[in-house]
Write a protein that binds this ligand. Structure first.
Ligand code: CMP
Length: 137
């Protein structure tokens, strides 16, 4: 069964959307295989987003991701990497399909409530970045 990393970002946590986001996943048959809340350090945020380090928005993205606690989750299900991205909607909430998490709750391309791995390779890296084997059920 496929796994992916999901993050409820600081804006999702501060808007009291933890329950709504988890309900969205669970109601679509996606299983929560691991979950924890964490305040990311600068090093942890920079390391997580290292693929974006040359992008103009990198500095602000790192600041945003450190601005409050996040909820880190491993999701499990069939085709869950693609399905999670469909459920989240496009990065830019203005382009996100109606009914998706970002269409409903995101404020901007940066403050977009959730993160989801975009490929099997990034899912493997991202899950291993935050979780050890004994934390995944
Ligand atoms: P995420 O799926 O976590 O992956 C990279 C993040 O960078 C993305 O969600 C957004 O939060 C942020 N991001 C992507 N594009 C932009 C942009 N043009 N301006 C600001 N932030 C962005």
């Amino acid at each position: 069964m496929e796994k992916t990393l999901s993050i409820i970002k600081p804006d999702g946590v501060s808007k009291n959307l933890i329950g709504e986001v988890i309900k969205t996943f669970e109601s679509q048959g996606i299983r929560i295989a691991a979950a924890k809340m964490k305040l990311l350090s600068r090093k942890e945020a920079e390391g997580f987003y290292y693929v974006h380090k040359e992008r103009p928005f990198f500095g602000e993205l790192v600041e945003f991701m450190m601005s409050g606690p996040v909820v880190l989750m491993v999701l499990e299900g069939e085709d869950v990497i693609r399905r999670n991205r469909e459920i989240m909607g496009a990065t830019d909430p203005a382009e996100a399909a109606p009914g998706t998490i970002r269409a409903k709750w995101a404020d901007s391309k940066q403050n977009n409530i959730v993160h989801g791995s975009d490929s099997p390779e990034s899912a493997a890296f991202e899950i291993g970045y935050f979780f050890s084997g004994i934390e995944i059920f």
